[in-house]
Design a protein around this ligand. Structure first.
Ligand SMILES: Nc1ncnc2c1ncn2[C@@H]1O[C@H](COP(=O)(O)OP(=O)(O)OP(=O)(O)O)[C@@H](O)[C@H]1O
Length: 258
């Protein structure tokens, strides 16, 4: 079952001097139910722009994007807000937790905004916080927990309403290697056990090695795709090989840390 279907998508930014910049150039991409897809590419290649247009945060300049057979460009502002709340889950590099709320309140926020009953919200909270092993820190505020715990709370918030697809932008970008591994294991577990369809942008080959498929972009265009075989270690090496072909981001060509 296709969850996301992007056809001939382009995104042009206008600049102050009136010069146009094509950040995404005629990309077609389809994501089926239960897939875990990574988007990689050098700095400035258009990864975040692609994620933003696919996830309804930004509008495209040309092409079509359907999520669950719904053309997202055809939704009014109000319908789009509702669609986002019900069907999409978001995970950002800097967690985006509200520090005036507890971890529990942060996680339940999508349900609170949707008018759920407290009892039902608490049931869902208990389930997702256990899955992500953060059930012991629910009463704390975000500044009282570690970065890895904050990101796992953000993942819990992204999945509590059972979205059709999760969009993650550099979810390990602010984490050390131990916390990155925990976060990627959590995303991979959700993908395998719950069939959580996930599209993740990352420049980190280690994080990318948890995906099942990687789409590489360069200068806004599709460059290559890699499918994971049986071994994450071999996949990691293949990702490094494509990255070195792509150029840029040489810091990413780090030693294996599997
Ligand atoms: N709002 C904007 N207005 C104009 N140009 C933009 C805007 N946002 C991004 N760009 C340009 O579009 C191109 C793609 O940017 P984007 O942030 O999508 O790349 P990226 O691959 O995510 O980069 P990085 O890995 O450095 O975050 C870059 O050349 C960038 O300068």
């Amino acid at each position: 079952m296709t969850i996301l279907e992007a056809k001939n998508v382009s995104k042009v930014y206008g600049t102050r001097r009136g010069i146009e910049h094509k950040a995404i150039d005629n990309i077609s991409l389809s994501v089926t139910k239960g897939e875990f897809v990574g988007v990689m590419g050098p700095s400035g290649s258009g990864k975040t722009t692609l994620l933003n247009v696919l996830s309804t945060i930004d509008r495209i300049s040309a092409g079509t994007i359907e999520i669950n057979n719904q053309d997202i460009a055809k939704l009014s502002k109000e319908k789009l807000a509702k669609f986002r709340r019900k069907q999409l889950g978001f995970i950002f590099q800097d967690f985006n937790l509200l520090d005036t709320l507890t971890i529990a309140e942060n996680i339940m926020l999508p349900l609170t905004l949707d008018g759920w009953k407290v009892k039902d919200m608490e049931q869902r909270l208990a389930k997702v916080s256990k899955q992500l092993e953060i059930d012991t820190i629910l009463r704390r505020r975000s500044f009282e927990v570690s970065g890895g715990q904050m990101q796992r709370a953000a993942i819990a918030r992204a999945i509590i309403h059972d979205p059709s697809i999760i969009f993650a932008d550099e979810p390990t970008g602010n984490l050390d290697s131990k916390a990155s591994k925990q976060v990627m294991e959590a995303l991979s577990h959700l993908n395998k056990e719950k069939e959580a369809t996930t599209l993740m942008v990352t420049h980190d080959p280690f994080a990318a090695s948890f995906c099942e498929r990687i789409v590489f972009i360069k200068d806004g265009k599709l460059f290559n795709q890699l499918d994971k075989g049986d071994s994450r270690q071999a996949f990691f090496q293949e990702i490094l090989n494509v990255q070195s072909m792509l150029g840029g981001d040489t810091d990413d060509l780090q030693t294996v840390r599997l």
